[in-house]
Design a protein. Sequence first.
Length: 384
Amino acid sequence: MNADWQNGGFGIYVHWPFCQAKCPYCDFNSHVSREIDEARWLRSYLAELDRAALELPNRIVTSIFFGGGTPSLMHPDSVTAIIERIRKHWPMSNDPEITLEANPGSVEAGRFRGYADGGVSRISMGVQALNDRDLKRLGRIHSVEEAKHAFDIARSTFERVSFDLIYARQDQTLENWKNELNEALCLAIDHLSLYQLTIEKGTAFSARYEKGGLTGLPVEDLAADMYDITNELCERAGFSGYEVSNYAKIGAESRHNLIYWRYGDYLGIGPGAHGRLTINGQRHATEHYKMPNAWLENSERGTGEKVRNQLSATDQANEYLMMGLRISEGIDVARIEALAKQPLNEIALSHLIELGLLKRKGPQLRASSQGRLLLNSVIAELIF
């Protein structure tokens, strides 16, 4: 009998915590540092992989994702060494997806060729806006011209290139967003990540917002209209909305992120990295030390992992529910009930289907377009 995680596969996430500048909307674990001893950092990444390999034998790695921070600030030799160490410990799938996140200001043709030579097969680029005024407001250090130049370099080096945009920005009209999205779709190769601006606690934007300084944000109805037009224009251009904020041509979906959304297992290493690991039949939630120096020092002492908690049957079912309803394929009812060791609430389920927020076809349960807009409320009704 297969373990549950095999429904989603196994991937590895490597977190590089450093950026050239901290964006005011960002709540990711990213830090600005003048001096980085990259050789020392590499030793710790490799040691973490060596430790993990002892606990996780006989896994096939389907994807590796270098996230951050800005991993495109890493030397290509470091990225190559990490990929080689993973290949040493685990067999890889026939066509592994190896993604590296990049910011346009850190893109250099020679560096990108080095990543490709080392095994990187996909780039995810943080463009965020296609006009200079909004890039400045978002705290980005690149211009639109630099972003397009960086995208050209990436496109000439890699077959698969995705980029991110943020919408529902300050003073952005529906027409502004339509024009920008159409331009993005003309540039795009096979994948786009399109996120609505959210004000996250602990960010510079949050502090500004609480003081009344973040003006011109769209009202809820306008933001919903922007979401609707995003789906409409992407679909028309052949980019299916396979997840709440992600659009791809058929076969170009992010395989690494699908591991999360299909509730597979993933090893996370690096400052603040999270993981989900099934060991001896028990699934665990793992988390590494968040602050870079704390992670580095603890990794050198023995392990960068700070937290390892066993997940109960209810925890696992709820995580699968929250992740799986984000994607267009939805969740498998038999699988979630097996995880929970109890059936879904049929009264709540019938009500949500009647309201048109959920759709059920055979074994699969998925959120409708309207349901995705109200996903938190939908999940709250079904949670175990």
